[in-house]
Structures are given as structure tokens and as C-alpha cells.
Ligand binder design. Structure first.
Ligand code: ADP
Ligand code: MG
Length: 615
């Protein structure tokens, strides 16, 4: 038999390696930024076109490369950062594998320009699919510029696999932020399609965080600091009152490298124990310095996970340090655990049109004793006809309620509500009760239905928003005085990306600047005081949901708005509000699940109740 094993040609091997190193444009950005930092740059510019799909260019003022190195850097396992295996245990650089440039050059058109400080002239090299196509002597500034064009041009499957520009830009901005947060001593510039997104001047940690997340961040930050024999901890946590519903702003850095660690995250959460509402996450920016030989960063190809020698000690010290800071900055004592939970709702429930507060009308002829008999009268049991589904049962409910049907046609509930009430007084079904400020119990012909008030309201609002957004003629209210809301520039970029979707929801944007948006009109269902909150929540949601089509954009938007605006657990509802909620829920197309798929109600038929007691 003839031999069949052969060595893969370099360009094939490189392409395979690229599969691991380069998942998306953001991976290229990360590698190039890290190379610039390793080269000692003090100023780094990142230029992007079309979310990096057309161009990713990183320009630095670092030490540059010699002619030979400029050619060699594209070879696999070509690195200046380690010489032998023992160096792996004492890493002071970001890179060490010598794989990044070889991988990138295998799957893109790359142009490198570089010059060392003491040289007169520099080198320009063009390389495509691992083949050098051009080499020139050029005059260029000190440092290195690497332009990566048409990523995945020779791997269509990978190129097609890329997500929308909004999503890919988001990934790039995440990487950029991680690097920029780790290196406040370096100035960074980020341009996307010619627009400046970040211009971060050389500064300190606090200013860098504020530079990235916006001026509002400054007041939220509580410093964290500790020094022990095995480590230094520096950084900030955000005050508990600014905790996020999603874990967006959580950053750990070890020796200037961004890392993910659910273990250390647990330590921080633990320090916040009792200070946060359930379901919210603290924001933090925590920097560890440890001796390089006590960590192993070699365990994950994309190098965001690290193994520590002293993990347990680290956990304990981190937890104590954060706790101490929260106490010292008297963040903890000001919290009042006995306050009314409804006060936590950051916007005014009364503003919501879906569940409007009934007017109080005083009846001078009111006689409590006379009325009591009618109120407490035991409901007559209706014929226990077995029903297969709640929906069909509900049709009967609708008949009983008389003018119920009209609810389906008209979305203006307030008018309908009145009619509904009159007609319902006669019927024995449809009585509602609130349980523990969380659930509603409503009687129906065949038994009772138990409703989760917040999830049900989310469903109602979700359908309302979705209709508004997709029908494309959402009602917008013009603001008398346009409002100016400031956002971090990366968020502005995101808002611009979904501008047209927001417009179809009823938003009117008058102006975008680098740090703020001027809003001239808002959807009628939202009040002015809620806008900033709603948009922040939406951005958080978009960052995490990664929508793929424009429809799912709408979906994320409607879900996010619904979640922000829905009444919360702990909100006391008047009878009228309860009934409106029940009515509106069952006018929904899909009343039985919340927008995120949780059940909104459960029916308990008389038969089921009977069996409970017949055992
Ligand atoms: P690694 O960073 O793991 O060494 P890379 O493929 O990213 O591998 O880079 C290969 C080599 O090219 C680096 O070790 C470095 O010597 C050189 N290099 C890459 N980018 C730059 C840059 N911006 N400035 C100077 N040298 C660079
Ligand atoms: Mg590198």
C-alpha cells in the first residue's frame, strides 16, 4: 500500500487555524489592538467600515517592525513574545501564540505598513490568502498600520454566517471597550463608516470608564481598593441603586487583560447580598494585579478565561473588599428595606393608559351596610359543564359580559371599561381579587383563573407595541420641548442602527450628536419621564439578544418596552384595574404566555377544585 499521509500546505493549515482564532470581525479587532499594545503604542486608532466586514484598520505609534519581521510576522508560530516554554509561565504580553496575523492573512486582504523609530523608511506588505502579493519600501510614520479588508472573502460560508452590521458592530465595540478599559494610559480613537464613535484621551481608570459609558457613570462609581501579598485589587463598583437588570457592565481585568469569571462574579454578587432587588446585577470594573506566574491564561483559545493559583483566597479578598467599599461609602445604610415596593417602580404607574386609575367619586348616599349584602353574596355556582380549553370557556365569559366583544375591535380601553363594568355587575363570573400584590384571581364560569399580574401586563403591552411598530403608523406624540438624552457614544451608534425601527414605534429623532440624542416625539403609550429608562433597557436588551432579522428587532423592542412598562409585582391594583387587566389579557392574540414564554395564567376548573376536596 502506498503512503497516504501528507503535510497540509501552509495556506490550508493557516485557514484551518483561522477558524479558531477569527470567528468574526471583532476577533480581528481584538488581536490587532492587543498587538499594538504589546508594541508599546501610546495612541491607537481603529477604523471600521461596514461593521468590519469591509475594513478593519488599526494604526499605532508602537515600535514598528524591521523589513524581515514585517514578512515573518505573517508566518504561523512567528512571535517575538516568547522564546521557549518556560516563558509561558511569566507572560507580560497579550499575545504569545504567533498565530493571529498568519490566520488573518489567510482569510482576508491585508496591507501592513510599518516603520521603526530609528529608520528612515518603512515597509509595506500586501498579502492575500497567505500569499504575499506586494512588498515596497515606503515613507510612513513610526509605528504600524494593519488594514484587514474583505474578511472571509475566500470562505463564503463564514462570510454568510456573519450577523447584521448592528450585531457585528456591537461585538467589536465590546472588544474595543475591554481593551480601552484595561489601558487608560493609551489614547484610543474609533471611527465607524467615517463617524467618530470614541475619542478617548490618555487618562485614569475612572475617567476612562466615564469616557466610555458616559458622564452619568461618574456619580455611580464607588472605588474598590485592596493590597495584599498575593494581589492588588483596584477599580470600582456601581452603587446598588444603579444595578442593571441585565449583566451588561461587568468587567474583570487581570494584569490588564479582560477576563470572564463566574467564580469571581459570584464573589461580587455575594458582597452585594441584600442590597439588590432580585433579578438585578451589579455593575463593576475590577482590576487585579497578580504575579504572572500565579495565573495560567493558556487554557482558552480566545484567552478570556484564566486559571488562578489562589482562587479561593482571591474570592474571599474580593468579596471582603467590595463589601468594605459599599459600607465605607455608606451605600449600604441608606437603603431602607421596609419601604413600599411600589416606590421602586421607576415610573409612574398612573401614566399608563392601559390600566388607568379610576376617578374617585364620592357618593353622599352611600350606606355601607346596605351595600355589604350585595358584595359578600355567595356566588351562585354555574352549571359545571366541562370545558376543554380556557379559550372556549372564555367565549362564554365574553357573552356574559355583554359588550365584551367590542373590546376586541377598539384599543381605546378607557371608554370600553365603563360599559364593561355596568354589564358585569349583573354576572356572577368575572369577579377579581388581588393576591399578595402579585396575582389576580378571577372567577369564570367553569372555575377560577389565576393570573400573574406583571407577566400578563407584559403580554398586553407587548402585543400593543408589536402592532404599533409593525403596522407602521404608530401614534406619536410631539413633545413641546424636545428632550436631550445623553448616552455613551457606542449606544448612540446602536440607536442610530435601529433608528427606523424606533421611528416606526413612534419615536421622532430631531438630532444625533456624539453623546446625545434629541427626541422630538415619542409613542403615545409612553410618558416623557420614562423615555430614558426605556431606551436604556432597550439597549441592554439588544446587546444581549443579538437579533438577526429586522423582525426580531421589532420583537426585541416590543419585549423590552413591555418589560419596562409593565406593572410590577408589589403594585396594588384597584378592582377596576384588575378587571381591565383581565379583560385586556384575554383580548390578546396569545394570552397564555408572556413575551418571554412564561405562563401568564392558569385555570382551575370546578372539577379540579372538586377533586381536591373529594380525597
Ligand atoms: P503574537 O502576538 O502572538 O506574537 P501575532 O501573529 O499577533 O502573534 O503577531 C506576530 C508578531 O508580529 C508579534 O510577535 C510581533 O512581533 C509582530 N507584530 C504584530 N503586530 C505588531 C504591531 N502592531 N507592532 C509591532 N509588531 C507587531
Ligand atoms: Mg498577537
Amino acid at each position: 500500500m502506498s503512503d497516504i499521509i501528507q503535510l497540509l500546505p501552509d495556506h490550508v493549515a493557516n485557514q484551518i487555524a483561522a477558524g479558531e482564532v477569527v470567528q468574526r470581525p471583532a476577533s480581528v479587532v481584538k488581536e490587532l489592538l492587543e498587538n499594538s499594545i504589546d508594541a508599546g503604542a501610546t495612541s491607537i486608532t481603529l477604523l471600521l467600515k461596514d461593521a468590519g466586514k469591509t475594513l478593519i484598520q488599526v494604526i499605532d505609534n508602537g515600535k514598528g517592525m524591521s523589513v524581515t519581521d514585517a514578512r515573518l510576522c505573517f508566518e504561523r508560530h512567528a512571535t517575538s513574545k516568547i522564546k521557549d516554554a518556560k516563558d509561558l509561565f511569566n507572560l507580560n504580553t497579550k499575545g504569545f501564540r504567533g498565530e493571529a496575523l498568519a490566520s488573518i492573512a489567510a482569510i482576508a486582504h491585508v496591507e501592513l505598513k510599518t516603520k521603526q523609530e530609528n529608520e528612515e523608511l518603512g515597509t509595506c506588505i500586501k498579502i492575500e490568502g497567505s500569499t504575499i502579493t506586494d512588498q515596497d519600501v515606503i515613507s510612513t510614520a513610526k509605528g504600524t498600520s494593519i488594514a484587514v479588508k474583505n474578511l472571509f472573502y475566500n470562505i463564503p460560508a463564514r462570510r454568510n454566517f456573519l450577523k447584521s452590521d448592528t450585531v457585528e458592530t456591537r461585538h467589536i465595540i465590546d472588544e474595543f471597550q475591554r481593551v480601552a478599559l484595561a489601558h487608560p494610559e493609551i489614547s484610543f480613537l474609533l471611527h465607524h463608516n467615517g463617524n467618530e464613535i470614541y475619542h478617548l484621551k490618555e487618562s485614569n481608570f475612572r475617567k476612562r470608564i466615564v469616557g466610555i459609558f458616559g458622564a452619568k457613570m461618574n456619580e455611580k462609581l464607588v472605588p474598590v481598593e485592596e493590597q495584599t501579598d498575593i494581589m492588588v485589587i483596584k477599580g470600582f463598583v456601581a452603587k446598588p441603586s444603579y444595578a442593571k437588570k441585565k449583566r451588561g457592565e461587568q468587567f474583570f481585568f487581570v494584569n490588564d487583560r479582560f477576563i470572564k469569571s463566574s467564580y469571581l462574579n459570584h464573589a461580587v454578587n455575594n458582597a452585594f447580598d441584600g442590597l439588590l432587588e432580585s433579578g438585578s446585577h451589579p455593575s463593576y470594573f475590577i482590576y487585579f494585579e497578580v504575579p504572572p506566574n500565579t495565573i495560567d491564561i493558556n487554557i482558552h483559545p480566545t484567552k478570556t478565561e484564566v486559571k488562578f493559583d489562589n482562587e479561593k483566597a482571591l474570592y474571599a479578598i474580593l468579596r471582603a473588599t467590595v463589601k468594605h467599599s459599599l459600607g465605607q461609602y455608606s451605600v449600604a445604610p441608606v437603603l431602607d428595606f421596609n419601604r413600599d415596593a411600589t416606590l421602586d417602580t421607576p415610573y409612574d404607574f398612573k401614566d399608563k393608559p392601559a390600566v388607568s386609575t379610576p376617578k374617585i367619586i364620592v357618593d353622599p348616599t352611600f350606606n355601607p351596610f346596605k351595600n355589604e349584602t350585595t358584595q359578600v353574596s355567595t356566588p351562585k355556582t354555574s352549571s359545571p359543564t366541562p370545558k376543554t380549553s380556557f379559550k372556549s370557556d372564555y367565549k362564554d365569559y365574553k357573552k356574559d359580559a355583554g359588550s365584551w366583544e367590542s373590546l376586541y375591535v377598539n384599543t381605546h380601553q378607557e371608554v370600553q371599561q365603563e360599559q364593561l363594568f355596568e354589564s358585569k355587575q349583573e354576572t356572577e363570573t368575572g369577579k377579581t381579587f388581588q393576591i399578595q400584590k402579585k396575582y389576580l384571581l378571577s372567577t369564570i364560569k367553569s372555575g377560577v383563573v389565576l393570573i400573574h399580574q406583571s407577566l400578563a401586563h407584559q403580554r398586553i403591552l407587548y402585543e400593543e407595541f408589536l402592532t404599533n411598530i409593525t403596522v407602521k403608523d404608530a401614534n406619536s406624540q410631539q413633545l413641546l420641548f424636545p428632550i436631550n438624552i445623553s448616552f455613551p457614544s457606542s449606544d448612540i451608534e446602536m440607536i442610530q442602527g435601529i433608528k427606523s425601527d424606533l421611528e416606526s414605534a413612534g419615536f421622532v429623532f430631531n438630532e444625533f450628536t456624539n453623546e446625545s440624542v434629541v427626541i422630538g416625539g415619542i409613542p403615545t403609550s409612553i410618558s416623557e419621564s420614562q423615555i430614558s429608562l426605556i431606551l436604556e433597557q432597550l439597549l441592554d436588551d439588544l446587546k444581549l439578544e443579538v437579533p438577526e432579522t429586522s423582525f426580531s428587532h421589532y420583537d426585541v423592542m416590543a419585549k423590552s418596552f413591555a418589560k419596562s412598562l409593565a406593572i410590577k409585582t408589589g403594585t396594588v391594583l384597584s378592582i377596576k384595574e384588575q378587571e381591565t387587566l383581565v379583560n385586556n389579557l384575554f383580548s390578546c392574540k396569545e394570552p397564555n404566555v408572556s413575551p418571554i414564554g412564561k405562563p401568564t395564567f392558569k385555570t382551575l376548573t370546578l372539577q379540579e377544585i372538586d377533586t381536591i376536596f373529594s380525597k
